[in-house]
Design a protein around this ligand. Structure first.
Ligand SMILES: Cc1cc2nc3c(=O)[nH]c(=O)nc-3n(C[C@H](O)[C@H](O)[C@H](O)COP(=O)(O)OP(=O)(O)OC[C@H]3O[C@@H](n4cnc5c(N)ncnc54)[C@H](O)[C@@H]3O)c2cc1C
Length: 571
């Protein structure tokens, strides 16, 4: 979920959290301290089924295989592992790539960094976020320039930018982030975060972030308490419209106004918006690392994957075993444990986990409610390949065409991406949208038609760019995705509505409470939906729980030691 890029994203991260505020457990530190092993038990002869070959399922499979468990990963896709890490190579053999899902990673994704280092997956500098490259902003049919040398976004953003920077840069949030860098200060972080998310004893004006929407949070801060944020007057209609349409020039927050305020503050505190990195080799390099690295038993995880195998049910059997049944009449299979690492919507829609036809519940009623209710965001992307990197100026000259455009129109976010000297092609992410902005054009299924409508909507505002782009497009390489329209996903990423954090807590902790050998993983059950990190953290959790159940002899301070009652998120 890389939408919360502010000018701060252009700055190198100086404070890098080692955990996230809702978790307060150092997953990467545990793996580093124990050579990537969860325990010193030998799981030879124990079998584990994993549903889903996304980053959560692969991380779990990798860790369990490293302890010699016999792992089978069931993946519904024909031949592709990676899930919402979906790196598409439009011209085979050419390094130009379309990242249909995840595309940028900040240093605070620590478990990602752990595995990236292990698999030698390296970033190639900062992602071309707004303001870091020459950016044009289109608001109410006016176009504004934002050069990388400008310290601030264009003047129209002065009020919203000042307010937000004062909020995000407040000593409370800054010290919260600082307290996530060292286990000895996790306790202080816990106290502060509890005060912010829900304070039943003394609800004050700056409390209850889990129970109010992002919009209400903005009203609370910049209308009701505007002076505290250095403003001369409260935000009015113009500020809310501007912030909703374009944020801080970094992409509009309107589609997010309904999610809970804590979800937004988490992005700030957890460092997810800071120093986002570009991976020119494609984020699929991480997936390849899981698939093709040699395991202790000499195998590779790739041989554990059964493609074209959608799972339609996962059931607990008497005696502690688990039965996994493929769709389409395949024979049911029995395992010692199972990890379900898909979106919560696939858990409900495809696997009927919440309402098993047999009536024999797999999860507790409150876990079922959480799966049914938690909100997933919509998101769409449309990419084109261009004959050249037409937006780049001649060496040593200033840019005349933008490499990034943010609009209040249909396109929303446009990014020009340079995949290095070994490709002459340019990659343009023409439109990256969330929520209503993605739903708006979902009925247009023909990529050429959608492209034409999107370019038409930009023509008057940035004619030079659209003309240069149009002359360069290779139309046969237009590729788009609407994640909510994808079977087996049914949504892009989790973002809780007000009041849903308690449900999130129930699902995140399911691995600690399960007694039937079935464990949930994936970013939909994690605390940073829309970030690979949430998938990896929950993959590590589920693998630890399965290993623990199977006699894996976990090391001290293992993931099973996490506290399921760190916070009270609501009434
Ligand atoms: C548009 C978009 C942009 C994003 N941008 C970023 C970003 O810039 N940075 C970042 O860090 N993160 C980003 N993310 C988030 C990141 O992609 C996800 O957090 C991560 O991929 C989730 O991993 P997962 O393993 O939980 O699930 P997934 O990646 O969804 O994997 C689940 C797997 O399960 C399979 N499956 C589902 N149902 C079944 C079934 N019944 N039987 C068998 N197999 C099944 C699916 O085919 C899939 O392979 C983005 C996501 C999206 C959608």
């Amino acid at each position: 979920m890389p939408f919360f890029t502010t000018p701060r994203s252009a700055q190198p991260a100086t404070t890098i959290p080692i955990t996230y505020v809702d978790i307060l457990y150092d997953h990467a530190g545990y793996l580093r301290a124990n050579n990537g092993l969860l325990g010193d038990g030998n799981l030879a002869g124990k079998s584990v089924a994993i549903v889903g070959a996304g980053p959560a399922g692969l991380a779990a499979g990798y860790l369990l295989s490293s302890m010699n468990a016999s792992v089978t990963i069931f993946e519904q896709d024909q031949a592709r592992a990676g899930g919402r890490i979906y790196t598409w190579q439009p011209v085979p053999g050419n390094p130009a790539l379309f990242e249909m899902g995840a595309m940028r990673v900040p240093p605070s994704e620590q478990v990602f960094q752990y595995f990236a280092k292990l698999f030698r997956v390296r970033p190639g500098g900062q992602f071309p976020d707004p303001g870091k490259v020459f950016t044009q902003i289109v608001f109410e049919n006016q176009t504004y320039d934002w050069h990388p040398t400008d310290l601030k976004p264009p003047a129209i953003f002065a009020t919203v930018s000042k307010a937000w920077d004062n909020f995000a840069g407040s000593s409370t949030l800054q010290s919260l982030t600082q307290n996530l860098t060292d286990p000895s200060t996790f306790g202080a972080a816990q106290q502060t975060w509890q005060q912010l998310i829900y304070g039943p004893a003394s609800p004050g004006p700056e409390q209850g972030y889990s129970t109010i929407s992002f919009y209400q949070g903005l009203v609370q801060a910049f209308v009701e308490n505007y002076q505290a944020y250095g403003l001369q007057q409260p935000w009015g209609e113009e500020e809310f419209a501007l912030f909703g349409a374009l944020g801080l020039g970094s992409g509009g927050f309107g589609p997010l106004y309904q999610v809970n305020f804590a979800e937004i503050v988490r992005l700030v505190v957890n460092g997810l918006e800071t120093d986002q990195q570009f991976y020119p080799g494609g984020l699929s390099d991480l997936i390849d690392g899981f698939l093709y690295s040699q395991l202790p038993n000499g195998n590779m995880l790739t041989s554990a994957i059964q493609f074209q195998t959608p799972i339609q049910s996962v059931q607990a059997l008497q005696g502690g075993q688990v039965q996994v049944t493929p769709a389409g009449g395949g024979a049911a299979m029995t395992f010692d444990a199972a990890i379900v690492a898909t979106t919560t919507r696939s858990m409900q829609v495809d696997m009927g986990l919440t309402d098993p036809p047999s009536g024999a519940l797999v999860l507790s009623p409150d876990q079922n409610t959480a799966i049914r209710e938690m909100h997933l965001m919509n998101s769409s992307k449309l990419f084109v390949l261009t004959r050249s990197k037409f937006w780049l100026p001649p060496a040593g000259q200033p840019a005349t065409l933008p490499a990034n455009i943010q609009t209040d129109g249909l396109v929303r976010g446009l990014y020009c991406l340079d995949y290095g000297q070994n490709t002459e092609y340019g990659v343009v992410l023409i439109s990256y949208t969330w929520g209503d902005d993605s739903t708006k054009y979902i009925a247009i299924k023909d990529p050429a038609q959608r492209l034409s409508i999107l370019l038409g909507s930009l023509q008057a505002a940035v004619p030079d760019f659209v003309n240069a782009l149009t002359a360069q497009i290779l139309p046969e390489y237009t590729f788009m995705i609407d994640w909510q329209d994808q079977p087996s996903y049914y949504g892009a990423f989790k973002l809780n509505y007000p009041g849903q954090d308690p449900l999130n807590q129930i699902l995140y902790n399911q691995f600690l409470q399960s007694t039937n050998g079935i464990y949930l993983a994936g970013d939909s059950v994690g605390w940073c939906g829309g970030w690979i990190e949430g998938a990896l953290q929950t993959g590590v959790n589920a693998a630890a729980a399965a290993a623990n159940q199977l006699g894996g002899n976990l090391f001290p301070n293992n993931p099973m030691t996490q506290n399921p009652s760190l916070y009270q998120y609501g009434p």
